[in-house]
Design a protein around this ligand. Sequence first.
Ligand code: NAP
Length: 433
Amino acid sequence: MRTLAIIGSGPAGFYTAEAALKSFGDAVRIDIIDKLPTPYGLIRAGVAPDHLSIKAVSRRYDAVATDPRVRFLGHVCVGQDVSIAELTALYDDVVLAVGAPNDRPLGVPGDNLPGVLGSAAFVGWYNGHPDFAALAPPLQSEAVAIIGNGNVAIDCARILAKTVQELQDSDIVNHALDPLATSNVRRIHILGRRGPHQASFTLKEVGELGELDRATPIVHDADFPPKEADSSLETGQRRVVDVLRKFAAAGPDSSKPISIALDFFRRPLRVTGDGKVEAIEVMKTRLDADGRAVDTGETETIPVGLVISCIGYRTSSIEGVPFDESAGRFLNSDGVIAPGLWCVGWARRGPTGTIGTNRQDGFSLVERLAATPHAGGKEGRAGLDLLLANRNVKVAHFADWQRIDAAEVARARAGAPREKIVSIAEMRSVIGG
Ligand code: NAP
């Protein structure tokens, strides 16, 4: 029997479990451990609430979680309730699938002013992550700066720009929907330090900017290289650039009260304000021959009351696990951290790729795992249960999550799939203990 502990119940964790079930058949027992009582990681707390079709992948994870060879142990914090050394002593393999939940710091003067938020916090707030439920982002100002040219920047802009009606059927939490309904935000600046050819947007996300009820994209012709240069782009990026060129050619729709300006070639220099964000100063940039952003020396000040930094994420370090500080993830060689200790997904390769990339990652990790002989004879789940019981850790099992799920579905507003419970204490009271 092979015993496997997977830390993290997001896509990377569930795909690894699915692959291990396929590869080892009845000769495996898997415990999926999460620090929250709720499973699914980024699917629940990261994927935009209006992208419900992507969230539907959790049904596939349910089939894994309810397999008799698998257990879900929620509300267990590795590094606090149980150490990595204890887990590696109990299980043949321990896989860290903990993602990258922390914002990369913006690293400019003023980035600690109230009103500067990282995307982990802002996205966590509108998605009902317990850690960010009390965030209260300032939405009184008419202008917002969003830094970064990736899909997270687009998600944040779209959520700020949508009407209540457009969000009604999503699983956005009411504590975000209510303040968004009365928000004063009218000008959203998405600041990219490079140009349209270098943007990390994908087609669906960029296309949605042109389909909003009350918001219109603003893109400037002058930011594009000559049209012939598009032929050097790979197909996906060329399609994204095609959409951006269409936005530029059409110009903004003056009937829409909210603008989403794609301000390319602008790098944040500093955030300024007296006790709170009042403006962001940017350096205008151009590309050098290698496609890097270089300063032009010309600066610009954009008055804003909220800055959301969407420039990537870092994994949380765990005591006893070697960490690459500069990359912000575990030190590993193709998923191997140490004998019997592995990592997968964003914790392995950093915050890139789609949900599906983690499937490939999980399956290839299990191939390597299967090719690695194990001595066997470890205690596995019985040992963990004893240890957690001795420490009075109240594990939330999958049936407990199903109770939380049912309570969330029962209290959903009209049209929405659920109203998430955002306090751990309330989750515990639904579980009953
Ligand atoms: P991302 O795609 O890596 O984009 C990060 C952006 O931040 C880049 O434009 C980068 O510019 C910029 N940046 C980095 N450091 C900066 C700095 N110091 N100053 C200014 N700009 C800086 O990351 P993401 O948007 O966080 O998304 C993470 C992953 O999740 C991506 O793979 C994304 O596609 C995926 N995702 C997918 C969806 C979806 O499929 N619907 C939704 C959300 C996220 P440079 O290019 O110049 O480095």
